[in-house]
Design a protein around this ligand. Structure first.
Ligand SMILES: [Zn+2]
Length: 93
């Protein structure tokens, strides 16, 4: 019997795809109770990703792909831009 599997209550997402990442299998659970998964990126790299990040769309590629495509920084810039836009609009009117 595997105590790890008995103790932790996580959603089995093995076999699912999140963006560029394909979840291969469960990897481990950290001290905070977060389940991590072995994922294969479309570039062929294996990365260990937190399950909640996958489900919430925070991680959709391995680190090198994330850097390469600048997905996260694009999102952040867009977010800041929209904030500034709102602020400017309010300030002027
Ligand atoms: Zn990749």
């Amino acid at each position: 019997m595997n105590k790890m599997f008995f103790k932790h209550n996580f959603k089995d997402i093995a076999g699912q795809r999140f963006g560029r990442l394909f979840v291969i299998k469960y990897h481990h659970t950290d001290n905070g109770g977060n389940a991590y998964w072995s994922c294969k990126c479309t570039c062929g790299k294996i990365s260990i990703v937190m399950g909640s990040h996958l489900r919430h769309g925070k991680s959709t590629s391995c680190r090198s792909c994330g850097t390469k495509y600048g997905r996260d920084s694009d999102k952040k810039t867009e977010f800041i831009r929209s904030k500034i836009k709102k602020y400017v609009t309010r300030g002027k009117i």
